[in-house]
Design a protein around this ligand. Sequence first.
Ligand SMILES: *Cc1c(COP(=O)(O)O)cnc(C)c1O
Length: 396
Amino acid sequence: MRVRRNFVSNDFYRKGREENRVCLPWRFFVPFTVKQKNMLMSDKISHWIRPQIRALSAYHVPPSADLIKLDAMENPYHWPETMVEEWLAVLRGVSLNRYPDPSPARLKTSLGKAMGVPAGQSVLLGNGSDELIQMIALALAQPGRVILTPEPGFVMYKMIATMTGMDYVGVPLAADFSLDLEAMLAAIEQCQPAVVFLAYPNNPTGNLFDRLAINAVIKASPGLVVVDEAYHAFADDSFMDELGKHDNLLVMRTVSKMGLAGLRLGLLAGPDEWLTEFDKTRLPYNINVLTQVSAEFALTHRAVLDQQTRQICTDREKLMTDLQALDGIMAFPSRANFILFRVPQAAAVFAALKEQGVLIKNMGAEQGPLAQCLRVTVGTAEENGAFLRALVSAIK
Ligand SMILES: *Cc1c(COP(=O)(O)O)cnc(C)c1O
C-alpha cells in the first residue's frame, strides 16, 4: 500500500519538535511499522505503553470477604428498612434505557446546598472526587507542570500526576504531621506548581493542618490550591467559607466517607471560570442515573446520614482512648473516621489481625514518617471491640 505524503501533517512534526518528541520523517515510518508487526507482544507492550504507566501498580484493593472490613474509611451503617423501601420505589421509576442527565442541575443544587457551597460559587460533579482530581490534572497537564502536595498524603494525587504526564513533588510534613510551612513555601517558590493539593483532614495521618499555614500556601501559590475535604463530615472545620476570597482556591468534597461510597460522587466547588475549563475534560454522562437519583434521595434523608456520622465521631473518641491505653501503641489524633497508629512489628500485627478476621490497612513503611504504622477505620461499636480484642492478642 502506498502511504500518502500528507498522511501525517507537517503540523504533527512541528508540534512534536516543540514538545521534544522524537520525530522521524514520514518515510521512516514504513520499515518501523513492519518491525513492530514482528515483535513479541511483550516487546510491543514495552514499546507502546508509556514507561511511566509501566512503572505504576494498579490501585490495589485487597479481598475482604468474611473479614471485618476496617481498611477503607467506609461508613459501616446502612439505612433503616423503611428508608430502603422508599429508595427502591424511587429506583423503580428510573429509565435505564436512557442516558442520564448530562449535567444534573437539581443534584448540583441540592448537593451544593448540603455541602454549604457559598452563593456565587459554582459546582462540578465527578464520578468520585478521584475523577475530579483527574479532570483538574487533565486540564493543567503539560510537560514540566507540577502537582505539589505534602507527604505522607493521599496516594491518588501522585498516581494521577503520573497518569497525566505531570511532574509530582511531595513535600515532607513535620515530624508531628503538621504542615512544614517553610518547606512548602520554598518548594512552591522553586517548582511553581500548577496545583497544590491539601487534604483537610489529611489522609493517612488524620490531622487538620493549621489554617493560617494553609492560607499562606494559598497566597504564595502561583497556580491552584485544592483543599480536599473528603473527611469533612468528621472534621467540624472547612475552607468552604474561604471561597470567593481567593481566586485560586477550590474546595473538594465527596459523599463517599459520609456513607455513600458505593455511589461514586464527588463535588468540586469554586469560581465558575475555573470549573468551566475543567468541565471540558469531563467525559459525557459521568454521573450515572442510579447515582443521581440515589444521591438526591439520600440528601432528603440527611438526618439519617448525620446521625451515623455523629455516632462514628463518638466511637472514634472511645477507640482513641482504648488504643492509647495499650502499652507500646502510639495512636495519632484524628479528625477523620480513621486512626493511624504505630506499633512494633506492624506487618506481623497486621497479619495477626487478619488471621483473627479483622482487615485494616498496613501503611507498609519500614522507615520514614509512616514506619511501622497501621490505619484503622472507625466501624460500629461491635467492630471496634472485635478489632481491639484482636489487637490485644496480637501484641501480647
Ligand atoms: C477517600 C479520599 C478521596 C476519594 O474520594 P472518592 O470520592 O471516593 O473518590 C479523596 N481524597 C481523600 C483525601 C480521600 O481520603
